[in-house]
Design a protein around this ligand. Structure first.
Ligand code: ADP
Ligand code: TZD
Ligand code: MG
Length: 578
């Protein structure tokens, strides 16, 4: 029963029915379903709703921009398997949150964007209401499902539908439109309480067909050079033990996608992370677990995959994912926990270990590549290059494996992904499927809030700029977030020159900027680090103190390359340069 129920007339308490309203029903519905954290920005028509939610014990985190609140909600969904909630005002606030909703959908993270909206009667006649926009129509193509609630008695069902849509099957973003009028709508409290729905088994197990499991095992058993690719769907599924058993019982080398790093430690003897190009090229059977054959895996074809014929096995909850890019000879459709458990059950004592010439070749390649990299990571050059700075951060994560690493940028992203080993599941959070810049501070805040663990955000200077104002939010909530800005004076490199006029080149920023002072402006700790030793000291101090910290890591502006590791995706002009 809601604590907020009011009686119609205090003088006649008991004589009149108790009442509730939209505000309280939404709060009660959220709490009933264990949704206890909201990321958002206040304003008409949701200011009071935010206050009342906070008063009712929901954690309401106020951001400086809805996009960052949205990214926070999206990653909260990924980390917790509960939909992350983002709350925004109408039209412009809604649109600011929408990028994150689309991002959640693209990355298969459960999230609900709840937006206040203007009056339907006025919006539909396009009469120019305050912040008028047909938000439902705009949201629909960008998310998994979109709902609008017009009547207080439908709030319970509306939220239940939103939760189920977000977390069941392939998770994704859901839009929930709440017109201003709904909040104040009054109804009988008892009927209101009855109208709420506690969602039972929101993401039901989806068991794979036994024949599909057998087909997959038969293909794997015959493989001469098998490979398992773990994607962020596998990390999301929280089937960590089953996945470890599958890898270790089968003896098959595994390659983690970026956010699946740490599902098993990158230092695991079967990890092929440091032999990526070799295993992609030379494998003959590839089993994908919660990873799509999209651009990040070169669509499963082309020169990165070599010439030898390859067979693909795929585990995914989304049947339509099968054959999306190449033929899948053994599709296993179901939730990863159930599918992997079924495969493990089929791997008995008679299971043939993968041929030693394959596992030895993978191990040898890995060791060669690790040895090649080692001296570069130990350099103490000033100005720092990426490797010198990342070598330090790599050691810090090895010593603090439960810290959460956030990572965005181009060179700062691609090189950190390769250099920094991860040891625990769901500790590496990055730009994801779209390679989007701007997730940094929203992710950092949600990671700290949802897990209580210290957060290390490794940010390109450009990447940081997309969400940098949220350092105030980090200070306001006093979160254990240490941001390291890899400051190379620009996007990719800080050395571009515009020969055509006085304006700076399009990829460079103010030289020698001091991002650390942004943190100091709000009472946090700012450090300017010019050498790997200084960087190491500053990060360790931040992780020990858990104080909001921003370290401006001065990186050689010539050190990076265009677009980091994906320069090949840049279109080229066919016209000769003058
Ligand atoms: P990566 O970028 O790491 O390669 P993707 O985002 O491309 O990973 O792929 C994640 C895949 O995981 C999606 O196809 C999604 O349908 C799938 N997935 C997410 N959660 C589950 C789950 N619980 N069970 C099965 N598949 C899942
Ligand atoms: N806008 C958005 C939302 N996402 C993007 N990915 C881009 C623009 C384009 N972009 C990249 O793909 S990386 C990047 C941009 C602007 C910034 C790279 O510069 P950085 O990293 O300073 O973050 P490095 O270390 O200088 O390469
Ligand atoms: Mg940069």
């Amino acid at each position: 029963m809601s604590a907020m129920v009011q009686s119609l007339d205090a003088n006649q308490a008991g004589a009149e029915p108790e009442l509730t309203d939209g505000f309280h029903l939404i709060i009660d519905a959220l709490k009933l379903n264990g949704l206890d954290t909201i990321y958002g920005v206040p304003g008409i028509p949701i200011t009071d709703f935010g206050r009342m939610a906070q008063a009712a014990g929901i954690r309401v985190l106020s951001f400086r921009h809805e996009q960052n609140a949205g990214y926070a909600a999206s990653i909260a969904g990924y980390l917790t398997q509960k939909p992350g909630i983002c709350l925004t005002v109408s039209a412009p606030g809604f649109l600011n949150g929408l990028t994150a909703l689309a991002h959640a959908t693209t990355n298969c993270f459960p999230m609900i964007l709840i937006s206040g909206s203007s009056e339907r009667e006025i919006v539909d006649l396009q009469q120019g209401d305050y912040e008028e926009m047909d938000q439902l129509a705009v949201a629909k193509p960008l998310c998994k499902a979109a709902f609008r609630v017009l009547h207080a008695q439908d709030i319970g069902i509306g939220l239940a539908r939103a939760i189920r849509a977000a977390v069941s099957g392939r998770p994704g973003g859901v839009y929930l439109d709440l017109p201003a009028k709904l909040f104040g709508q009054v109804m009988d409290a008892e009927a209101g309480a009855k109208s709420l729905v506690k969602v039972i088994d929101a993401a039901p197990a989806q068991l794979p067909a036994p024949a599909a499991v057998k087909r997959a095992l038969d293909v794997l058993k015959d493989a001469k050079r098998p490979l398992i690719i773990l994607g962020k769907g596998a990390a999301y599924a929280q089937a960590d033990d089953a996945i470890r058993q599958l890898v270790e019982k089968s003896g098959i080398p595994f390659l983690p996608m970026s956010m699946a790093k740490g599902l098993l430690p990158d230092t695991h003897p079967q990890c092929a992370g440091a032999a990526r190009s070799t295993v992609l090229k030379d494998s003959d059977v590839v089993m994908l677990i919660g990873a799509r054959l999209n651009w990040l895996l070169s669509h499963g074809k082309g020169k990165n995959w070599g010439d030898a014929p390859k067979k693909f096995v795929q585990i995914d909850i989304e049947p339509k994912e099968m054959d999306s890019n190449v033929e899948i000879v053994a599709p296993v459709v179901g939730d990863i926990g159930s599918c992997v458990a079924a495969l493990v059950a089929g791997i008995d004592g008679a299971w043939p270990a993968p041929p030693a010439d394959w596992t030895d070749a993978v191990a040898k390649k890995r060791e060669e590549n690790v040895a090649k990299m080692a001296p570069r990571l130990m350099n103490n050059n000033v100005p720092m290059d990426y490797h010198g700075a990342l070598g330090v951060l790599r050691t810090i994560i090895a010593e603090r494996p439960d810290a959460i690493l956030i990572n965005e940028g181009a060179n700062t992203l691609d090189l950190a992904r390769g250099v920094i080993d991860m040891y625990q599941p769901r500790k590496r959070l990055d730009v994801g499927t779209w390679g989007v810049m701007g997730i940094g501070m929203g992710y950092a805040i949600a990671a700290a809030i949802e897990t209580g663990k210290p957060v290390l955000a490794v940010e390109g200077d450009s990447a940081f700029g997309f969400s940098g104002m949220e350092v105030e939010t980090i200070c306001r909530y006093d979160l254990p977030v240490c941001i390291v800005v890899f400051n190379n004076n620009g996007i990719y490199r800080g050395t571009d020159v515009n020969n055509a006029g006085a304006d700076p080149a399009t990829t460079v920023f103010v030289k020698d900027a001091r991002y650390d002072r942004m943190m100091e402006a709000f009472g946090g700790v700012g450090v300017n680090a010019t050498s790997p030793d200084e960087l190491k000291r500053a990060v360790n101090a931040a992780m020990d103190s858990r104080k909001p910290t921003l370290i401006n890591a001065v990186i050689d502006p010539t050190a990076g390359s265009e677009s980091g590791r994906i320069g090949n995706l840049n279109p080229q002009s066919a016209l000769k340069k003058k």
